[in-house]
Design a protein around this ligand. Structure first.
Ligand SMILES: Nc1ncnc2c1ncn2[C@@H]1O[C@H](COP(=O)(O)OP(=O)(O)O)[C@@H](O)[C@H]1O
Ligand SMILES: [Mg+2]
Length: 262
């Protein structure tokens, strides 16, 4: 082979809220760092759950994703929440909400994040972008900057609703701005194996998208719901729990998937 392995910039996106985007962003990023990958997690959601879930809460006036995106802050306010993990975070706060209406007044409103990342990416193996629950300009910026998109889907009725619009958006962004953008995979989340419907939905999705769904299923696990309130990724909060094992398995599968869908 001998070819350069491309740095992977991963947008975790789905315009539906509550499907596990932030939980996946935090715990996939932390699990990749756990296997000694250098990871930068970028919080692109004004709700800033990826930041607070790692115990980082920049005050409204403090530099954050907003300044980096809109003003290209010279020293991006990147933090390393846990000294033992090569996981860095570019946090957000509610100021980022203003970006949705300020971006359209800028030149290249879809490509600003991609331009900012050019200077930041060199120090990392993975950049993971937590997207807001919409297909607005923040998500579009993430998809224009990304090399791949991971789509978390909750295993419940209506799971696939909205998926075709998301895939259409990805297709348009690929055509117009980012020919390198790939579907990194669909991730089934909050899977409850005692629930027949969950099995049915998981099977339906696998049938619809052969080869595009991660083997790793993320189970519904209360520990995953608790860990953000302690400011910890799951494998630091409760290393033995099913959620921690699932996200570690996902990181392994994800890390070895590079080059697979050329
Ligand atoms: N696998 C899971 N098991 C149990 N709770 C989960 C799981 N994944 C996410 N949650 C909880 O569900 C809610 C929505 O998840 P979140 O990751 O914030 O979704 P999104 O970012 O897509 O809105 C959060 O309260 C989160 O803690
Ligand atoms: Mg979220």
């Amino acid at each position: 082979m001998g070819s350069l392995i491309m740095r992977r910039i991963v947008a975790i996106a789905n315009q539906k809220g509550g499907v596990g985007k932030t939980t996946t962003s935090i715990n996939l990023a932390a699990a990749l760092a756990h296997i000694r990958q250098r990871v930068l997690l970028l919080d692109c959601d004004p709700q800033a759950n990826a930041s607070s879930g790692l115990g980082v809460r920049p005050p409204a006036s403090a530099p954050s994703m907003y300044q980096v995106l809109l003003n290209g802050a010279e020293a991006p306010p990147i933090v390393q929440p846990f000294p033992q993990l090569p996981l860095h975070l570019l946090p957000a706060n509610s100021q980022l909400a203003a970006a949705e209406w300020e971006l359209p007044g800028r030149g290249n409103p879809e490509g600003l994040l991609a331009a900012r990342l050019a200077a930041l990416a060199a120090a990392y193996d993975y950049l993971i972008i937590d997207c807001p629950p919409s297909l607005g300009l923040l998500t579009v910026n993430a998809l224009v900057a990304a090399t791949e998109v991971v789509i978390p889907i909750q295993c419940e009725y209506f799971a696939m609703e909205g998926l075709s619009l998301l895939l259409e958006t990805v297709r348009r962004i690929k055509l117009r701005w980012n020919p390198n953008l790939q579907i990194g995979g669909i991730l089934l989340t909050m899977f409850d194996r005692r629930n027949n419907l969950a099995h049915q939905v998981a099977n339906d999705i696998r049938r619809h998208f052969p080869g595009q769904v991660f083997h790793t299923l993320i189970p519904r696990n209360v520990r995953l719901g608790e860990s953000p309130s302690h400011g910890l990724p799951i494998h630091l909060y409760d290393p033995g729990c099913p959620g921690a094992e699932a996200y570690l398995a996902l990181a392994g599968e994800f890390h070895h998937r590079e080059d697979s869908d050329g």
